[in-house]
Design a protein around this ligand. Structure first.
Ligand SMILES: [Mg+2]
Length: 420
């Protein structure tokens, strides 16, 4: 195992919101949220009011009445995210991108060229700021888990390097909720056992975590609490995804057409993910126009989701954004939803109802848990009685439409649907 702190974790700060403030100077210094029905990202000015990614837009407006919602320039996010990762690649080929705005890099082999890992991290931050105009925080440590925690501690716009001889002094006082993989439910369980810090977790009696969280998750967390993490930088990401699409025939490119279809597609995708104990961070939608040309929009969340209603809401935001960028297209012929950047969902990860595990005291959490519980209940009924035994009430997502109409349309869509 490495004895030096050669792993960097670089993470753009409030990425989508920072890009919006970069593109539109009027938004700088103001509380903004990307999204609408669901907040996809919040600026630091909005975070100060408690607004967080994954929160319902309504809730966010309650917390911050002068919050400015912006639509989202997804093409620019992709371009600037790629450009930031390319800066890491200027230093080392050992880069593992884990989302649109976040990557690990192993700089073991390039310190003779560029100086110490801290020098390299400093230079990366400077270049991303100078070339792209965006703030990026970097953690430097001996393991991936510790580097990721260090970059969180460094935020906003900072650099934290953890000296290998003082790792546990750094790690153990931190709140247990900062651990990679501890979501709100796990955190609540740990708090109930008076495990408040990562140090408390490290000192938990043998077997107690396994009993509390399940054998795999308990063992994994105990190891991470002692900074035992042998994972190496994986430059090859296996491209895995789950998706479903619905051929519409020729339909007007209106909300009334796509909105009822998306919960159904989201249900197919999310239930399949749950059945395989997986969840994914990147949600992509594809819309095909009359001339067979397709456009896609995607968004990458902080942590994976496998929740039907959340997936449906995010997909709806993305389709709305895609169509808004193509106002001349009057006809759509297909919509598709897919989820990628899949991860194994150990029991511990199932605690991340909205995919927002690293957020503490998030007001939307209870709703997220309720949603996830509803998903589990529906999965269980279907396992016994078949897939059609129970479904999601679309009225919940779209009060304006009558349920019978929506279901009739879905029944028609089913004929043209296939999994992709
Ligand atoms: Mg980020």
């Amino acid at each position: 195992m490495a004895t030096e702190a050669n792993i960097l974790h670089a993470d753009l700060d409030a990425f989508y919101a920072s890009v919006e403030q970069l593109l539109n100077p009027d938004l700088r210094g103001k509380p903004i949220a990307v999204g609408g029905g669901v907040v996809l990202a919040a600026s630091y000015e909005a975070k100060a009011f408690g607004v967080k990614g994954g929160m319902a837009g309504r809730k966010a407006r309650e917390l911050c009445p002068h919050l400015i919602f912006v639509g989202g320039n997804f093409g620019e996010y992709q371009r600037l995210g790629d450009a930031a990762i390319a800066v890491l690649n200027d230093f080392t080929p050992l880069v593992e991108r884990i989302s649109i705005d976040e990557a690990f890099a192993d700089v073991t082999g390039c310190t003779h060229l560029f100086g110490s890992p801290i020098d390299i991290a400093t230079e990366i931050r400077r270049r991303v700021r100078d070339q792209l105009g965006l703030p990026i925080s970097v953690g430097v440590a001996r393991t991936k888990h510790l580097a990721k925690i260090a970059s969180q501690v460094a935020k906003p716009d900072g650099l934290v390097a953890v000296d290998p001889s003082h790792e546990l002094e750094f790690l153990h006082p931190l709140p247990v909720g900062m651990m990679w993989g501890v979501g709100p439910v796990t955190e609540t369980k740990l708090h109930a056992q008076a495990i408040l810090t990562i140090g408390d977790l490290a000192q938990a009696p043998g077997g107690s975590l396994e009993r509390l969280l399940g054998p795999a998750a308990g063992e994994k967390l105990a190891a991470l609490a002692w900074n035992r993490d042998k994972r190496e930088i994986r430059t090859q990401h296996r491209a895995r995804s789950a998706g479903a699409q619905s051929a519409l025939g020729r339909k007007p490119a209106t909300e009334a057409v796509y909105k009822p279809v998306l919960p159904h597609l989201a249900d197919r995708v999310a239930s399949r993910l749950r059945a395989k104990a997986r969840a994914g961070r990147t949600i992509t939608v594809r819309v095909r126009f009359a001339d067979m040309r397709s456009i896609t929009r995607s968004v990458t969340l902080d942590v994976p989701i496998a929740t039907t209603t959340t997936l449906a809401e995010i997909a709806e935001e993305l389709v709305r954004s895609a169509l808004a960028d193509h106002p001349c297209e009057r006809v759509i012929t297909l919509v598709a939803v897919s989820v990628s950047h899949l991860r194994e969902q150990a029991a511990i990860q199932l605690d991340l109802p909205l995919g927002l595990g690293d957020e503490k005291n998030r007001p939307g959490t209870r709703q997220g848990i309720a949603r996830f519980s509803a998903d589990r209940a529906i999965d269980a009924v279907r396992a016994r009685f078949g897939r059609d035994a129970v479904g999601y009430a679309i009225a919940q997502l779209d009060r304006a439409r009558s349920v019978p109409d929506a279901f009739r349309e879905l029944a028609e869509k089913d004929l043209g649907e296939r999994d992709v």
